[in-house]
Design a binder for this molecule. Sequence first.
Ligand code: NAG
Ligand code: NAG
Ligand code: NAG
Ligand code: NAG
Length: 236
Amino acid sequence: MQQRHLIFIASLFTVISTTQINYFEVTTSMPFPPDPVTIYDTLIMLSALVTDCPSPSCECFVKVNVTTYKDTYTVTFPSTTPNIGSATITDLEADTLYSFTITCIGADGNATRLLRTDYGRPSVPRNITVTLVSKRLRISWLPPAVPKGPIHNYKLTKDRETISDEIPNNESSYDMTKDYVYGKTNTFFFSACNINRKKDTVCSSPNEGKITPRSLIYSFHSSLNGWAFSDLLACS
Ligand SMILES: *[C@@H]1O[C@H](CO)[C@@H](O)[C@H](O)[C@H]1NC(C)=O
Ligand SMILES: *[C@@H]1O[C@H](CO)[C@@H](O)[C@H](O)[C@H]1NC(C)=O
Ligand SMILES: *[C@@H]1O[C@H](CO)[C@@H](O)[C@H](O)[C@H]1NC(C)=O
Ligand SMILES: *[C@@H]1O[C@H](CO)[C@@H](O)[C@H](O)[C@H]1NC(C)=O
């Protein structure tokens, strides 16, 4: 009698404990060449191959940086591939290292992957100013507050014309190559760009880096004769 009891418990234990996490990796989505890896700036897709799940189906969860966050994502196992599940992790920060841990009902262990999100769209360069230096405009700036990557280059356009999209990331000013024509009120746009691992160029919003005629007039006057045009600033 006692022996049967033990055998029963032992076989129950075997059934429950055999769920295996065979594979837990970032999803590679084949219809998207040349880089099918689904790592983006704020989103990562993960796939798992789990076998010997208790019925009716596999039940797994992914946790993001277990000790820091409470977020838990449910792994979905489609009926067509009951052992291959996937989870889409969202709301991540760009260019940040995360740990992803999968746990499954019936599995003894778990599996962890460390992955870094891709570069994202930087915020606009800070403190963009325009001054007149030896008849030419000089644009000066500070790096973006939220670069979301290493900043590959800066880009300056005038109306729709690109003046330079190869301003190096270590520069903090750019001098126009032509003399400024007095009375012209062009609109300049200045942005910071990253090139992500999918080779896409992602730049800060040009409109947020807009240098309006008003700010030009203001900085010309202030740099030429040191006047503060508070009236001009207030009315436009
Ligand atoms: C997540 O965890 C990994 C490994 O412990 C750590 O290196 C990383 O900085 C953490 N990321 C965040 C966003 O907390
Ligand atoms: C993963 O397994 C290890 C040891 O096997 C355990 O210490 C840890 O708490 C587990 N993590 C989760 C999220 O279940
Ligand atoms: C940048 O601009 C902010 C707000 O306009 C100002 O407080 C700060 O001193 C400026 N920084 C530099 C280095 O000019
Ligand atoms: C930026 O880097 C380039 C090449 O490394 C160098 O020639 C240039 O002087 C640097 N500019 C600044 C402002 O440090």
